[in-house]
Ligand binder design. Structure first.
Ligand code: ADP
Ligand code: ZN
Length: 218
């Protein structure tokens, strides 16, 4: 299955897609994770992206489309893949259609995670991420067993540079302007399904499995 997970920052795209990696056995492609890795490595791309990301703006379509294209061409995507944080603009969505067509892939499903703005701000300001494995925790809703330490790998937890209130508000504005139009874009193609993201991860997985089963029977 080839799918896209859409949703505002903090809706839980990362959490759901991590869980689905295990559930479906297909790779997750997160352009945000890929960019943060470039920043960490201090690569030329990372140096370009660092400030843009810290402000909550979007990295240029050109850079992102190239990054995505190189990733999706890899062997492991042949069995299916999940996109988290891409596409984020209509330009990226059109580019994705083109790339997938070239590779002979069909888009099966687009999941839109629906969540209120207040909850998003609360979630993001309390989010902590593992430096080593990227595992996600939340000081409120899903704290690690030991403060500051990852449950999965023992790595150190940190707060993302863009998870401060000013940048979060900006990310939400950018989302409303550039990314929200994708909801109609995919609804018009008959691919869009919604999941309420206020709920816990197990409810989200349940909802997903129901949608995926219906999709198969179509
Ligand atoms: P979130 O969805 O929580 O805002 P991500 O980890 O998906 O965070 O992305 C973090 C930042 O990386 C974005 O604010 C943006 O600067 C950059 N980024 C990630 N994906 C894209 C994309 N598809 N197009 C442009 N910029 C992107
Ligand atoms: Zn970890």
């Amino acid at each position: 299955m080839n799918l896209i997970i859409l949703g505002a920052p903090g809706a839980g795209k990362g959490t759901l897609s991590d869980a689905l990696v295990k559930e479906l056995g297909i790779p997750k492609i997160s352009t945000g994770d890929m960019l943060r890795q470039e920043v960490k490595d201090g690569s030329p791309l990372g140096l370009k992206a660092k400030e843009i990301m810290a402000k909550g703006e979007l990295v240029s379509n050109e850079i992102i489309n190239e990054l995505l294209k190189n990733r999706i061409k890899k062997e492991d995507c042949k069995k299916g893949f999940m996109l988290d944080g891409f596409p984020r603009t209509i330009n990226q969505a059109e580019e994705l259609s083109k790339i997938m067509k070239e590779l002979g892939y069909i888009l099966d499903l687009v999941i839109n995670l629906v969540v209120s703005e207040n909850l998003v701000v609360k979630r993001l300001t309390n989010r902590r991420v593992c430096k080593k494995c990227g595992g996600n925790f939340n000081l409120f809703s899903s704290p690690s067993k030991k403060a500051g330490i990852c449950d999965f790998c023992g790595g150190e937890l940190y707060q993302r540079a863009d998870d401060n209130e000013t940048t979060i508000r900006n990310r939400l504005q950018v989302y409303a302007k550039d990314t929200q139009p994708l909801i109609n874009f995919y609804a018009n193609k008959g691919l869009l399904r919604e999941i309420g993201a206020e709920n816990g991860i197990s409810e989200m997985i349940k909802a997903f499995n129901k949608i995926a089963a219906e999709q198969k029977n179509k």
